[in-house]
Design a protein around this ligand. Sequence first.
Ligand code: FES
Length: 93
Amino acid sequence: MIIILMFICICNAINERQVQSAVAGGALTMSDLREQLGVATCCGRCAATAAEYLPSGRLGAHAPAAGLGTVVVEAANDATVVAPMVEEVVRRA
Ligand code: FES
């Protein structure tokens, strides 16, 4: 199995798996992610992307409750997840 992870916060080297794990562990707000992981504590450019993983965010429904690897692979193969992420990357480029 190949798992491809995306970095959410470049400044602090925080990847998608860490953010998803924090949300699965109960993080509900950006303040929670800042306190637990340090997301958006430097340049802040990752804040909007990280917020998408919160329960209220557009990717929040994909936060893993268990079996993180399986969920990540499922998300990577789900066009409804990947397409918005690609659009966001293109928009920011
Ligand atoms: S990319 Fe997250 S603080 Fe800069």
